[in-house]
Design a protein around this ligand. Structure first.
Ligand SMILES: NC(=O)c1ccc[n+]([C@@H]2O[C@H](COP(=O)([O-])OP(=O)(O)OC[C@H]3O[C@@H](n4cnc5c(N)ncnc54)[C@H](OP(=O)(O)O)[C@@H]3O)[C@@H](O)[C@H]2O)c1
Length: 325
């Protein structure tokens, strides 16, 4: 099978397009023919081996995962004899995170992995983009976002942000989206009531207070956001830092305002499967429409990485196989 392979850390050009052995499913595994896979920020970090401490997972001297890619959609080609939930021909979507391997024509996964039937109304690229439950975990599980609350989403036009805007609306919150002016129309269409262009205004000094600030872009901090939080407000960030690791346990015990970080890829496969089904139901009810800003055929994955590395993608960037767009 063809796969995008990186045997050393570096820029997009380190990724080569190679022949690899096609995986063979074990007794309790499914072999999925991948039709689309997300090229995400985390893939870019793993390709570069950055930050350095993350090499505990990515591999110290050279990549532990020569084929990257977590979130995928495709079709089951074969199933081991002990598999009961899937059969050849089933259309599926899922995630391999925190491991990798989806930037290839095939992946092999245990039946109990985070894989679920694909939403009938989505294309393969859209279904691959739906497989990341990061926004759901932050808004539902960390913030317990409820009807009538106000939320500001910093970094609203990217992969996590576009899902967060729609989910926040689904939970009944009023959404203020922060992104560049070029993406204001997109986030308004997804449900944001207000939009702040971060190149023109600093939301932390605008005199508004929110019940939840979701710092998707990881460009600010709890200390800076404190004046923009309501008296019992919650600051959530996707970005680990020494400060947030101290603030999270401290604010959990003392003070009314809370601060938290989460690592959604580390959750158990059973939780991720439950979330895939939840997201699938929302997509099929037209309450959530994953945004795919760009599709590249797998051999052009270096261009996909350049797009992602620039830090301004609209929604998701996806590589496609077998002509699926
Ligand atoms: N902790 C976890 O479990 C977890 C899971 C998944 C992802 N992540 C992290 O989440 C982050 C976001 O991922 P993503 O895929 O959504 O990224 P992305 O698609 O690249 O989106 C980046 C967003 O940030 C905005 N932005 C860029 N510079 C900004 C600034 N100075 N101030 C405010 N907003 C700015 C962009 O807006 P414009 O394009 O309009 O400029 C865009 O909306 C990444 O760092 C990723 O590593 C963490």
């Amino acid at each position: 099978m063809k796969a995008a392979v990186n045997r050393s850390y570096g820029p997009p050009d380190v990724v080569t397009f190679e022949d690899m052995p096609k995986p063979v499913p074990g007794d309790d595994e499914v072999l999925v023919r991948v039709h689309a896979a997300v090229v995400g920020v985390v893939d870019g970090l793993a390709r570069r081996g950055a930050p350095l401490y993350a090499r505990v997972h990515f591999g110290f001297r050279r990549p532990r995962f020569p084929v990257l890619g977590c979130d995928f959609a495709g079709q089951v080609e074969a199933a081991g004899p002990a598999v009961t939930r899937f059969a050849a021909g089933d259309q599926v979507f899922g995630t391999i995170a925190p491991r990798f391997g989806a930037h290839a024509e095939y992946v092999c996964l245990p039946e109990q992995a985070a894989v679920a039937p694909k939403p009938a109304n989505l294309s393969y690229p859209e279904a691959a983009a739906l497989a990341d439950a990061t926004a759901l975990c932050f808004l539902r599980d960390k913030a317990n976002l409820r009807r009538g609350q106000t939320i500001l989403i910093n970094g609203a036009s990217g992969a996590v942000g576009t899902a967060a805007v729609q989910l926040a609306r689904h939970f009944g919150a009023s959404v203020t989206a922060v992104c560049s002016g070029a993406n204001a129309g997109l986030v308004r269409k997804l449900g944001a009531g207000d939009v702040i262009d971060y190149t023109e205004a600093d939301f932390t000094r605008a005199g508004q207070a929110y019940d939840v600030i979701f710092d998707v872009a990881g460009k600010t901090s709890f200390s800076r956001c404190r004046p923009a939080l309501s008296r019992t407000g919650t600051y959530l960030t996707t970005a680990p830092s020494p400060a947030i690791f101290l603030q999270m346990p401290w604010t959990a015990r003392f003070g009314a305002r809370k601060a938290a970080v989460a690592f959604t890829g580390l959750r158990a496969a059973s939780e991720k499967r439950r979330d895939l089904l939840y997201l699938r139901d929302l997509a099929e009810a037209s309450a959530l429409a994953p945004v795919v800003g760009a599709c590249y055929p797998l051999p052009r994955i270096a261009d996909a990485y350049r797009h992602v590395d620039a830090g301004h993608k609209r929604g998701n960037v996806v590589v496609t196989m077998n002509g699926h767009t």
